[in-house]
Design a protein around this ligand. Structure first.
Ligand SMILES: Cc1cc2nc3c(=O)[nH]c(=O)nc-3n(C[C@H](O)[C@H](O)[C@H](O)COP(=O)(O)O)c2cc1C
Length: 289
């Protein structure tokens, strides 16, 4: 019998739900990526490896920093069936291609890649529109079967779930935007540069300073949940207030999960607090994972 492992990273639970559902369906072991990042190298005897994560900043390749670092630590993956599922908010055009490249650099092959449309945790006031959410979640429930079929038969290829709100036109949008996505780099860079002392830093370093965009308001009671939920331990409590340590993934877990809505960000002025409705704060705490 083959051994299946599902590695995941998630800020607000979208990717966690996807990882859990698929792990259950294919009888795989669920492993949180942050929980194993203290290892110098990562080796496994699993025959099948799944990687599940959210898309961050498509113009820069879409793969979160921690997932890049995780892949770079993998060893002995040449003979494994590797599949990936990325959850995205608006559109995923290049993320799987970028991931494929990193996996290849480690001697492995991304055999199958899937995208899943989920609520966009960066988006503004409509994030909690339950009708739109339900549509996305229903589509995901159907697509589990497709992914299961691929993985179960070790089929290779890609299955791209269209943005639930635009439907069939998504294919056309993807065709147009994919070759142009890198033109959006300056737009992203403008945001990233606001928080770093040196605007010449590469993307991977600039992103880590995005935590300078966070601050607390008067509702903060010093409960420390933000510190316990940050997947990369980037928040220290100093005088009962969070202090960000500048190795941020910008996953927004601190912002979205704060029970008092006391964390704000200059980058998220209209964004309402969201987390996947099937995920509880206790599922996300670092000590649990
Ligand atoms: C820093 C950041 C950048 C993002 N960039 C994109 C993007 O380029 N394209 C997109 O479709 N969604 C983007 N999103 C939205 C997330 O990919 C999406 O909401 C995802 O499902 C969140 O998953 P999680 O709940 O597992 O963290 C971004 C989210 C964050 C926090």
């Amino acid at each position: 019998m083959s051994k299946v492992e599902i590695y995941y990273f998630s800020g607000t639970g979208n990717s966690l739900v996807v990882a859990k559902d698929i792990a259950e369906k294919i009888n795989g072991k669920l492993i949180s990526i942050p929980s194993i990042m203290d290892r110098n190298s990562i080796k496994t005897d699993a025959d099948v490896m799944g990687v599940v994560f959210p898309v961050y900043y498509e113009p820069y390749g879409g793969v979160p920093l921690i997932v890049r670092r995780f892949i770079r630590k993998l060893e002995g993956i040449g003979s494994k069936y590797i599949f990936a599922i990325c959850t995205y908010g608006s559109g995923s055009f290049v993320t799987l291609k970028y991931l494929e490249k990193i996996i290849k650099s480690r001697g492995g092959k991304l055999a199958a890649g899937f995208t899943v449309n989920m609520p966009n945790i960066m988006a503004g006031p409509n994030l909690n529109n339950t009708k739109k959410q339900q549509k996305m979640f229903e589509i995901w429930k159907k697509n589990i079967e497709v992914i299961y079929e691929y993985v179960n038969t070790r089929k290779e290829g890609k299955f791209d779930a269209p943005n639930a709100l635009v439907g069939k036109v998504y294919g056309l949008i993807k065709l147009i935007i994919t070759p142009l996505i890198f033109l959006f780099k300056p737009l992203t860079l403008r945001h990233l540069k606001r928080y770093s002392d040196s605007s010449k830093l590469p993307y991977e370093e600039l992103l880590q300073f995005m935590d300078r965009s966070f601050h607390t308001n008067e509702k903060c009671v010093g409960c420390g949940n933000c510190s316990r939920i940050c997947p990369v331990g980037n928040i220290k409590m100093v005088d009962d207030r969070p202090s960000w340590q500048h190795h941020c993934e910008f996953c927004l877990a601190c912002f979205h999960w704060c029970p008092k809505k006391a964390i704000e960000s200059r980058e998220l002025k209209d964004t309402v607090r969201y987390h996947h409705p099937d995920v509880k704060i206790s599922d996300m705490l670092r000590e649990k994972n």
